[in-house]
Design a protein around this ligand. Structure first.
Ligand SMILES: [Mn+2]
Length: 318
């Protein structure tokens, strides 16, 4: 007898359910939102009842061109009999738990994922969860509409940092090629994602870059943003979060760190060219990928947090 694949098992779970809750992670990025909306578009086209949940009341508006974006809710439905987690490296990433009685379908690409679902489609070799989700569609021969393809393309494009991270490979381009054949316009997606900045962003950015300090002979770079700068400029943190990637572009810099106050703590984003910064993030109860991770420091003193994490890296880096 032919063994049933995880892709078929996942489809069976979907077909057996009456109402599906799609779970995205806190501080959502394009990958988690895109995957949720790819499923949402497919489900809508096939009359499958569902909701997309995210705990945040404000979502990244740069993704508002994706079909069904306006349907994402921070309210739990009264009834659901399947939960699909997308791009969640662990079960707590959505910051709200689903009912213990409800089966979980877990679709992800994080190394930290411990297969917390009833069915797990987890592939840590993929640059984005969108590529993992594409395999679910492809292996089950499901029709990918233009709207669904646009969501998947957006997830791949953004999570691979525009096809530049080490896990970007031939399979990434094969998938992207298929998605373009499904009707995606790459220029349109790139324009929507990267060419709709506010003026406020460019008032805030110089102040953030002015906070730049180099440590460890220039190999570790830090920047931060203070709440008052956000208020004065009218820009949000999210609009400037890419600054952490900008300073990593400096030739000698190997690790870049961006700090800000959020919910009574200092939130720390780490990026790296080679070093595994998820180890650093783990030491501060955070997590993520080898080259992109995040954690929190239990104080609203950004300078103290910066000194603490730089000291930790100095001590533990060789
Ligand atoms: Mn991802």
């Amino acid at each position: 007898m032919k063994e049933i694949t995880k892709y078929e098992k996942a489809l069976n779970l979907i077909n057996e359910s009456h109402y599906i809750l799609i779970m995205t992670h806190m501080n959502p990025d394009a990958d988690t939102i895109s995957c949720a909306l790819a499923l949402s578009n497919y489900f809508s086209e096939n009359k499958i009842k569902h909701k997309v949940f995210n705990k945040m009341s404000v979502l990244p508006s740069s993704l508002d061109y994706l079909s069904k974006f306006d349907k994402i809710t921070d309210q739990f439905p009264k009834f659901y009999d399947l939960a699909i987690y997308v791009d969640c490296g662990d079960i707590d990433r959505p910051a709200v738990a689903t009912s213990k009685d409800v089966k979980i379908l877990n679709i992800d690409h994080h190394k930290s994922n411990n297969d917390f679902g009833e069915v797990n489609i987890v592939d840590i070799s993929k640059a984005s969860t969108a590529e993992v989700l594409y395999e679910f569609f492809a292996q089950n021969n499901l029709k990918i509409s233009k709207n669904t393809a646009e969501c998947l393309y957006t997830g791949v494009y953004d999570d691979s940092l525009q096809f530049s991270t080490p896990r970007t490979d031939a399979s990434t381009f094969k998938i992207v090629n298929k998605l373009v054949e499904c009707g995606v316009d790459p220029s349109y997606v790139a324009t929507q994602l990267t060419r709709r900045d506010s003026l406020a962003k460019y008032r805030l950015l110089p102040r953030i870059l002015d906070s730049l300090e180099l440590h460890c002979e220039g190999e570790v770079a830090t920047i931060y943003v203070l709440d008052e700068w956000l208020k004065e400029s009218g820009a949000s943190y999210r609009e400037c979060e890419n600054a952490v990637n900008m300073i990593l572009n400096i030739s000698i810099v190997q690790i870049s760190i961006f700090l800000r106050v959020s919910n009574g703590k200092t939130r720390i984003s780490l990026r790296s060219k080679k070093d595994d910064v998820s180890i650093v993030a783990n030491a501060y109860d955070g997590g993520g990928h080898a080259l992109a991770a995040g954690c929190s420091y239990d104080s609203t003193d950004v300078i103290e947090a910066k000194n603490n994490i730089v000291e930790y890296i100095k001590r533990n880096r060789n």
